[in-house]
Design a protein around this ligand. Structure first.
Ligand SMILES: CC(C)(COP(=O)(O)OP(=O)(O)OC[C@H]1O[C@@H](n2cnc3c(N)ncnc32)[C@H](O)[C@@H]1OP(=O)(O)O)[C@@H](O)C(=O)NCCC(=O)NCCS
Length: 157
């Protein structure tokens, strides 16, 4: 597999929304109940609003053999928001490559720390990346409650 990490373009957004929904339905469904999966990957997500969240953020897209296979985004304050790898490309090092790019950018702009609200599914991956748990929490999305974990990673190493 040839893996490329490249900057996000706004016209990637429809494909990334498809990937986001598909990964939640096929991967996160291991850790979340059907009603949680339905709310998280809802068909009612407004595509334009979803895409507009990328604006002003550092966003990288992974391509595996020329096909979109994942994405990750960093807010200017060091908050890592969406990090998703396609259900067909899990466990092939794409998450590592995305986080390498995010961490390099974070160091470049002088951030001291990253934080993320990590899904139960992604918890072992974030632990591998040096994030530590600050607090388990419950968030509400489209009226449905979800457990996730607030994690932080100092960038002083
Ligand atoms: C979390 C996620 C982005 C990781 O991406 P990935 O491409 O599968 O990760 P990688 O192949 O780079 O794996 C990185 C390491 O994490 C480990 N890992 C990944 N998922 C794991 C799991 N569920 N349990 C244990 N270890 C896991 C891998 O074994 C690998 O370990 P290594 O460093 O020893 O090789 C991906 O699983 C995903 O898209 N999950 C669903 C979406 C999600 O929950 N995103 C986060 C929202 S906060």
């Amino acid at each position: 597999m040839t893996l490329t990490i490249r900057p996000f373009h706004l016209d990637d957004a429809p494909a990334l929304l498809r990937l986001f929904r598909d990964t939640i339905r096929r991967v996160n469904c291991r850790d979340y109940a059907p009603e949680q999966v339905e709310a998280w990957a809802s068909d009612e997500i407004d595509e334009a609003a979803w895409a507009s969240r990328f604006l002003g953020r550092f966003v990288v897209v992974a391509e595996a053999d020329g096909q979109i296979a994942g994405f990750a985004e960093l807010e200017p304050n060091g908050h890592l928001d969406r990090v998703f790898v396609s259900a067909d490309h899990q466990g092939q090092g794409i998450g590592h490559a995305l986080l390498d790019a995010i961490e390099a950018e974070a160091r470049r702009v002088g951030l001291q720390q990253l934080d993320a609200d990590v899904s139960l599914t992604a918890l072992p991956f974030f632990e591998r990346r040096g994030f530590t748990t600050r607090s388990p929490q419950v968030v509400t999305l489209r009226g449905v409650e979800f457990r996730n974990v607030r994690m932080i990673r100092a960038l002083d190493d």
